[in-house]
Design a protein around this ligand. Sequence first.
Ligand code: GTP
Ligand code: MN
Ligand code: MN
Length: 386
Amino acid sequence: QQGDPVEAPAFLAASYACQRNTPHPGHNILLTAALSVLAESAELNGDEGRGLAFRRSEGLLRSLDRRVQGPAELRGLPCLGDHSRRVIQDLLENGVSSEVEETKSSPRYKAMKLLTGIFGVGVKTAKRWFTEGICSLAQLETSGHSLNAAQQAGLKYYTDLNQPVSREEADAVSVMVEGVVHSVLPGARVTLAGGFRRGKMSGHDVDFLITHPDEGKEEGLIHKIIACLESRGLLLYQQTTRNTYRESAKGAGRPSSSMDRFDRCFSIFKLTNDSSPEDTRRAQQDPERVRVEADQTGSGGRPWRAVRVDLVVSPISQFAFALLGWTGSKLFEREMRRWAVRERAMSLSSHALYDRNQERYLRASSEEEIFAHLGLEYVSPTGRNA
Ligand code: GTP
Ligand code: MN
Ligand code: MN
């Protein structure tokens, strides 16, 4: 018998996102975008469990190697709960989901999205403000709330920071960061992480992981980088936090939360409009020129824009774990940690992998080795867009 071709995907999909190859944006954009709205709405309501369920559905659909045409094709697929299935069915049959449309136009969702879109504002703060009736930036500005330094910068550069960062802009920032890092510590290595490493063409920020092949040389590096960036007039805002991670005999250094403990800096860069990667590379040879131009163009016409940049410094001994952890996606990372605990009795973090049965840390100097320790087939960065 020819069989029902629509059942084929059931055999392609494994239940953990880290067992699958998930390209960006995948073949089911209509469905994944809709599920992403519902996931985001749940997350903005503080309902993590519900958010995760929608994220898992979204990830599964993005990993399918073809466009789903009808509900029958969903038979046997993992990760899809009843709620997600209903939404998908609606979308397949009517082209829209009333639940998604209602969510998108609800005042709460709109206000929460706007408020959490301010750098430095999390769900809790946004919720408190929304409860007080604050639904717009103008209302926030006249509310009399005192904002912390991050939030003030977030408000000041709101428009810029909510405009996606392009691949070209990310490359220009890379050249800036590499120039500064190499000038303060020759031999240091800069690696683009986050969504751009996964092959995305745009992002909400640019993420960098920095290390040095000689363990210990990276100590104090973040402060030198920041000082140099500041002296060149390239920073609009920065907040640096210090490393506190230590391994312990019983694996207590393993992650108790998803926050890691590298030296890191959340920052906002000033990217001039002529900062094509080539121009920036040339300007690096003459930092004084960049500084003067940046000063001249800072006001009025504004031929520059603000871009969110994350800088993370890792000792070389933890680099593979840090790279894996900071490449994402968030769901892919989360699923990998879940796989480690449930299927292998191991704890994975951005610092280390701890085997609970053997009661010891497992070393790795590449991402491939980490996948191998976990008994997973290697998934390249471009396949981690779960
Ligand atoms: P866009 O920036 O929106 O393009 O997507 P992205 O995937 O790059 O997201 P983001 O920059 O927020 O995060 C990049 C990766 O760093 C993701 O895998 C996150 O899980 C990870 N990440 C972000 N913040 C932290 C953190 O505090 N600790 C750890 N360990 N990882 C983090
Ligand atoms: Mn990012
Ligand atoms: Mn980031």
